[in-house]
Design a protein around this ligand. Structure first.
Ligand SMILES: N[C@@H](CCC(=O)N[C@@H](CS)C(=O)NCC(=O)O)C(=O)O
Length: 206
């Protein structure tokens, strides 16, 4: 499946999910600074008017956007991969609860840390908010569960892994969150995750 991505960006989450599902992955790299596809130089906005990654080709005029929707679409269209419980179950509601938390509470809180020219005040506020949200994840993992929702790896884990990776370049680190650090290492050890990191040139940075 054709995925528009930028190395290490939030598009890593659907990239991991595609590989976990054993699906063929065609990666199209987007240069977010110029808004152009790296290989062809085509304008990304001509393909995805939103101009941001991730975007997944699904055989319609417009690609599917919004990472949380993309990973659910991959999981639901390939239920044999077991990457999300069936819709309508309490277990699925928990996965959706985490996806929404990751998208609205954690993902976007990193924003000022990746925005050139952010004020020091905005950066400090962002760091405080990210840490408070990481505290919530740490608390959830404290019962010894292997993955975010229990003993089965799901699409929520691909998203959380992607976001916690950002604690490296932002120098927030995971020293204050030992459960999350151990979790991060568990996810990183999965063969599909290794393959995704390698394909994005991130193995040294992981
Ligand atoms: N709401 C979108 C946000 C995606 C997003 O923030 N993408 C970033 C990379 S992690 C991006 O492409 N930023 C460039 C831009 O906004 O122009 C989602 O959840 O998928």
């Amino acid at each position: 499946m054709k995925l528009y991505y930028s190395p290490g960006a939030c598009s890593l989450s659907p990239h991991i999910v595609l590989r976990e599902a054993g699906l063929p992955v065609e990666l199209i790299q987007v240069d977010l600074a110029s808004g152009k596809l790296v290989a062809s130089g085509d304008r990304f906005r001509n393909i995805n008017p939103k101009g941001y990654v991730p975007a997944l080709e699904i055989g319609e005029a417009l690609p599917l956007t919004e990472g949380a929707a993309i990973v659910q679409h991959i999981a639901d269209s390939h239920p044999e991969a077991g990457l999300a419980p069936a819709a309508g179950t309490a277990a699925r509601a928990r996965v959706n609860e985490w996806l929404t938390f990751l998208s609205s509470e954690l993902h976007k809180s990193f924003g000022p840390l990746f925005t050139p020219g952010s004020s020091d005040e905005a950066r400090q506020a962002a760091i405080k908010k990210v840490k408070s949200r990481l505290d919530m994840v740490e608390a959830a993992l404290a019962d010894g569960r292997s993955w975010l929702t229990g003993e089965v790896f799901t699409i929520a884990d691909a998203y959380l892994f992607t976001l916690t990776n950002w604690t490296g370049p932002t120098q927030i680190g995971l020293a204050d969150h030992p459960g999350l650090a151990a979790y991060q290492a568990r996810v990183a050890a999965r063969p599909a995750v290794q393959a995704a990191l390698e394909a994005e040139g991130l193995l040294q940075a992981a």
